[in-house]
Design a protein around this ligand. Structure first.
Ligand code: PGA
Length: 248
């Protein structure tokens, strides 16, 4: 049985002091959780988060990584830098990065490869916009994103990768995909992975749902057979809400 994985995506929220306080609040509430628990904090909070997470089972995650090992890339952070701070997971290709920072399937692929090279575990995000959904293009879009993101990635690396299906129209909007819709699209994603890597590997890979997942809908979403976890934005910023999702 694969273990489910709930990750908090804090986005651009929480100062160093706030990070320390929030982790102290979260830790006892999620102790002994049946799922794997991750918090993906801003770069500036990684060090304090690493310290605050000591002695807990919560894993540390970042929200982006550059593909080059070092060099003239003002404002970027390398995989080696993350590794030094004991980061385990890294979100790659979040829709906000695709939308506001020019992230493409190609850069997602390059970032994922760099992360893997340094033994980081990528959480690769895919998902359609509202316009794409309304045009009936959901499957086409997520298949293109999956093929792009996984180009040249070996089967051996698959067990270290998590995919997050996040319909863009459901992120931060309070609109959730119905559990059935989410399940259906995740099945499409898994089928695309199966084409690339075969049945066993695609079945073993964990696929999260993300987009307004919260204490109220987590149980129902997590009950769906294709959903192996959640990527939680807004609800990960309040200890009690995040803990309720974790303990779905
Ligand atoms: P949300 O964000 O839970 O606030 O919708 C999810 C995400 O963007 O990862």
């Amino acid at each position: 049985m694969k273990r489910t994985i709930i990750a908090g995506n804090w986005k651009m929220n929480k100062t160093v002091a706030e990070t320390k306080a929030l982790i102290k609040e979260i830790a006892p509430l999620v102790a002994g959780a049946k799922c794997e628990v991750v918090v993906c904090v801003p770069f500036t909070d990684l060090d304090i988060a690493r310290k605050a997470l000591r002695g807990t089972d919560i894993k540390l995650g970042a929200q982006n990584v550059h593909w080059a090992p070092k060099g003239a890339f003002t404002g970027e952070i390398s995989a080696e830098m993350l590794k030094e701070l004991k980061v385990e997971y890294v979100i790659i290709g979040h829709s906000e990065r695709r939308q506001y920072f020019g992230e493409t399937d190609e850069t997602v692929n390059k970032r994922a490869k760099a992360a893997l090279e340094y033994s980081l575990k990528p959480i690769i995000c895919v998902g359609e916009t509202l316009a794409e959904r309304e045009a009936g293009k959901t499957a086409e879009v997520v298949i293109r994103q999956i093929n792009g993101a996984f180009a040249g990635i070996e089967k051996l690396s698959l067990k270290r990768i998590v995919v997050a299906y996040e319909p863009v129209w459901a992120i931060g909007t309070g609109k959730t995909a119905t559990p059935q819709d989410a399940n259906e699209t995740i099945a499409v994603i898994r089928k695309a992975l199966r084409k690339l890597y075969g049945k066993t590997a695609s079945r073993a890979l964990r696929i999260q749902y993300g987009g307004s997942m919260n204490p109220k809908n987590a149980t129902e979403l997590m009950a769906m057979p294709e959903i192996d976890g959640g990527l939680i934005g807004g609800a990960s910023l309040k200890a009690e809400d995040f803990a309720k999702v974790v303990n779905y």
